[in-house]
Design a protein around this ligand. Structure first.
Ligand code: ADP
Ligand code: MG
Length: 247
């Protein structure tokens, strides 16, 4: 085995896979440019670090489980005029995450709530944050299952590992009392600790009716709204517009 081959093998067994795969190239470069020993070690370490960062972000994208690829630069503010580009761009310093604030997008179907939530989530991952996307329905089902298995606490802990939890389409379907209680437990465990991005078709004024009878509703709503940026979206459904344009 050549010296290079055995060095590559050693790097591999140290789990320095990016450095291992680039070793030959970096050695050749160092020799050609008469780079110092220290400079060479630095370039090797830098390569490993950069690649690890790329891998980490890729892993975070997978973990986020976005249902579709939506980017903020695909969002048309000429169609959606009830929110401005400046307002959304203003969120991208991610102080809302650092300060554990929430974003709430309220509006009828098709106005871009989910698109904005995913787009912001996408940018947050690029910036190094961990994000998880959940439809409210899936989330409620998951919590119910966990609760039945006596694993609610464990699941809540797992969900609070993410910097941002996107809860999509809360309010479209009625929920059992137990489900609302589980949801309350979740929001409680994230409160002032993590950020939530919530999309909903329900105006706050009708949330009382959604959570009807109960005294669990009020604290849920209070906790979500407290420390939140609320965006009320209106206008025409984008889906409808696309259909109309096609004909
Ligand atoms: P909502 O969550 O409010 O029901 P979505 O975000 O799912 O709506 O939007 C419906 C579809 O229309 C998606 O494919 C989305 O990408 C697209 N869309 C909505 N608003 C815009 C917009 N202003 N610019 C570009 N695409 C949009
Ligand atoms: Mg939606």
């Amino acid at each position: 085995m050549s010296q290079l081959d055995s060095a590559v093998k050693q790097l591999r067994s140290l789990s320095l896979t990016a450095a291992a795969s680039q070793l030959a190239t970096l050695v050749a470069k160092a020799e050609a440019n008469e780079i110092s020993y220290l400079g060479f070690v630095q370039s090797l370490a830098e390569h490993e670090l950069l690649q690890r960062n790329v891998n980490r972000i890729q892993r975070h994208f997978k973990q986020a489980q976005f249902p579709s690829e939506k980017r903020l630069d695909q969002f048309d503010y000429r169609h959606q005029t009830t929110v401005t580009k400046r307002q959304i761009s203003g969120l991208l310093d991610f102080s809302f995450i650092d300060e554990r604030q929430n974003l709430i997008f309220i509006g009828p179907p098709g106005v871009g709530k989910t698109h904005l939530a995913i787009g912001i989530g996408h940018e947050a991952i690029q910036a190094g944050y961990k994000v998880l996307f959940k439809s409210a329905l899936a989330l409620v089902e998951e919590l119910e299952l966990a609760e039945m298995k006596g694993e609610l606490k464990k699941r809540l802990t797992q969900l609070s590992k993410y910097d941002v939890l996107i809860i999509d389409e809360l309010g479209y379907l009625p929920m059992s009392r137990q489900s609302r209680y589980n949801l309350f437990q979740l929001i409680n465990s994230l409160y002032e600790y993590r950020s939530i991005i919530l999309t909903t078709n329900k105006d706050f004024t009708s949330w009382g009716e959604f959570f009807h009878d109960d005294n669990v509703a009020v604290p849920i709503i209070d906790r979500v709204i407290h420390h939140s940026h609320v965006f009320m979206l209106g206008g025409e459904s984008y889906r409808l517009k696309q259909k109309v344009n096609k004909t």
